[in-house]
Design a protein around this ligand. Sequence first.
Ligand SMILES: [Zn+2]
Length: 169
Amino acid sequence: MQVASVLMRSGLIDPLDDVVDFTRKSVSSFAPGPRFAEFFDHKTGTENLEIHADGWVSDYGIVGLEMAACPVCGTEISIQNVQELELIKAELVRASHQFLKTGDDVLLPCPICTGENLIKYWQTEPHLGFCQLAFVFWNWPPVQECRYDLVRFLGETLKHNIVFTYGRL
Ligand SMILES: [Zn+2]
């Protein structure tokens, strides 16, 4: 995995020798690297960076969805529109299964105007992924405690546009 090699050379991560995921070759786990202390004050001791090098969707982002803006009618469906937001979440779960299975762009219908458009044209809060490369920071200190902008560091190191997202159970 080329992305992992670049991040290991940067010192952010090291190989994890006790965890091997045989079920999905496209998902790899890494431990914090020698430069971790430059980024954060303290370790939790159980940090793990998962790199997903194929389809990834933020399940926790769908659960905690706060807003979805329809690219057809422009309506911003937010937590004030409980019923519509629940309909969108159900559609997103279905779209997520389809995306993870096929890797294709999937359509998301709008409960307001019934128009459909590709997920990538919907604006959501938080961002939901539906991407081909993702970094999941398990048990790392909160990104707000990071001395440098970790998202920017990843973007500059990998020469790739990186978007920050979050979610909740
Ligand atoms: Zn609409």
